[in-house]
Design a protein around this ligand. Structure first.
Ligand SMILES: Cc1ncc(COP(=O)(O)O)c(C=O)c1O
Length: 484
């Protein structure tokens, strides 16, 4: 491959200019891509056009086809926009191009993973940093994969089998107990760790998905010894209304029955930074888990992709993820030694993912993160109030965190047509492109579920959201006589 190294500075300057232009326009630009046309295939060039020209081509494609998901009016999923500190650090991580598999690859990356793990544990009030092993991942899915791998190893040991060595063949199917809030990524992780999607048993008490503690407790009580011990998955912040499982009560049950507690706090874990005592109360019990999964690219507003797992028992990770080759670092003995991430998680080569976490926590401090979380909780309440005040909108649940489920429900439209109206309006909102918001099915209804997690979002952006949905609803009704 021929590379013209002299182009480096020019390309980086072009990347800076294009990035600044993009970010400066983010608050005002249409959220959806300007062009909906999928570009045609371009043949692999026989002779390259050079780095600067290639970057210009990329930048012009971005102008047409990139989503302004880092901007203040992207309310789908649970998406943060990168903070200046996090974005600068993430760029620099690419420039440094570290191999963060061990200190042999990058002392800097390992130093900062250890520091950032400690800071996050302190931010979330999870106790002493030395009581946990942190592992940085691409996101919360992989963080659950890490936590549930440790759980699988622990479960195997109860059956006298080192599952990482021997596999699961011949063992009974593990039992994973949850409520209805469990996220699809946990189900996927169970498939990936070999326990199987069907290992999940859901105990729900209502149409929101609240856990039925009594039935889940009874199942724990009656677990046949040959299947046990159970793994319980609790959700801190589900995606439809930001609700929490009663984690403290689930931790009590797990303690009483010797079960493993895994908490999915992809965004909800950040509620532990809030100064609001009511919000803090919902988070109680997370600190009692054996494993926790969370994301930095959601509420910490670090660029994609960046998640993390905390696991109490490092040896379970070491057994699950050990990789041995003569040219690789030896797995250290004892927990006092420095971490070798390649031996504690699924990847071997990996990005220096802690750099943007380190930088944003250093830039904002604990109080800065708490202020952002509390501002988003305030905005969620403001949005709920706007919905209640707006004719033709129905708040489908109080916001329990930063997600606000609501729908169009104008008088005159038959109940059975409301799902169709909301689906049609959602498509029009996206076609308009002023805001991006997703729908879900919640309490047997199609609802919008905006999540507020971007540091740039303001009350004015909420007005855009409400106006876009109300206008789309009106347009649908004008166009479809059956919806009038
Ligand atoms: C509660 C919850 N768990 C897990 C995930 C998966 O996170 P990721 O997309 O970072 O893998 C999400 C993402 O939306 C989530 O909201």
């Amino acid at each position: 491959m021929t590379v013209d190294g002299s182009e480096m500075n020019e390309v980086l300057r072009a990347a800076l200019a294009a990035s600044v232009q993009w970010l400066d326009g983010l608050a005002d630009r249409q959220v959806t891509p300007r062009s909906s046309a999928i570009p045609g295939q371009v043949p692999l060039p026989e002779v390259g056009i050079g780095a600067s020209a290639a970057f210009q081509e990329l930048a012009s494609r971005a102008q047409e086809r990139a989503m302004a998901s880092a901007g203040p009016r992207y309310f789908h999923y649970v998406v943060g926009g990168a903070t200046p500190a996090a974005l600068g650090a993430d760029w620099f991580a690419s420039a440094l191009d570290q191999v963060a598999s061990s200190a042999q690859g990058s002392p800097l990356a390992i130093d900062l993973e250890e520091l950032a793990t400690g800071w996050l544990i302190e931010l979330f009030g999870l106790g002493a940093p030395e009581d946990w092993t942190g592992q940085f991942t691409t996101g919360a899915t992989m963080a659950s994969f890490v936590g549930l791998s440790a759980a699988r190893q622990w479960w195997g040991m109860a059956h006298g089998v080192d599952v990482a060595e021997e596999g699961l063949a011949g063992l009974p199917r593990p039992v994973v107990l949850t409520g209805g809030y469990v996220h699809a990524s946990v189900v996927k992780s169970l498939a990936m760790v070999g326990m199987g999607r069907r290992s999940i048993e859901r105990f729900t008490a209502d149409n929101r998905g609240a856990v039925d503690l009594a039935r889940l407790g009874a199942r724990l009580q009656s677990m046949p010894k040959e299947q046990g011990p159970a793994i319980v998955v609790a959700t801190a912040g589900e995606v439809n209304a930001g609700r929490f499982d009663p984690i403290d009560a689930l931790a009590d049950l797990c303690e009483a029955h010797g079960a493993w507690l895994h908490v999915d706090g992809a965004f909800g874990l950040f509620a532990r930074a809030s100064a609001d005592p009511g919000v803090q109360a919902r988070c109680r019990g997370i600190e009692r888990a054996q494993s926790i999964a969370s994301d930095a690219h959601k509420w910490l507003n670090v660029p994609y992709d960046c998640g993390f797992a905390f696991v109490r028992e490092r040896s379970l990770l070491a057994k699950s993820f050990r990789m041995v080759a003569d040219y690789l670092p030896k797995a250290p003995k004892g927990s006092a030694t420095r971490r070798v991430p390649a031996n504690l998680g699924p990847e071997c080569s990996r990005r220096a993912r802690a750099l943007p976490i380190f930088a944003t926590l250093l830039a904002s401090g604990r109080a800065g993160v708490a202020a952002m979380v509390d501002e988003h909780l305030r905005l969620a309440k403001v949005l709920a109030a706007k919905i209640v005040a707006q004719d033709g909108l129905e708040l489908v649940d109080e916001p329990h965190l930063n997600v606000v489920p609501f729908r169009l429900a104008p008088t005159g439209v038959r109940k059975r047509d409301l799902d169709a109206l909301n689906e049609a309006a959602a498509a029009l909102v996206l076609a308009g492109g002023d805001v991006y918001v997703g729908t879900t099915r919640y309490r047997s209804r199609v609802v919008f579920r905006p999540a507020i997690s971007n540091w740039r979002t303001t009350e004015a952006d909420l007005d855009h959201l409400v106006a876009a949905i109300v206008d789309a609803g009106q347009q649908c009704r004008n166009e479809s006589p059956e919806l009038r």
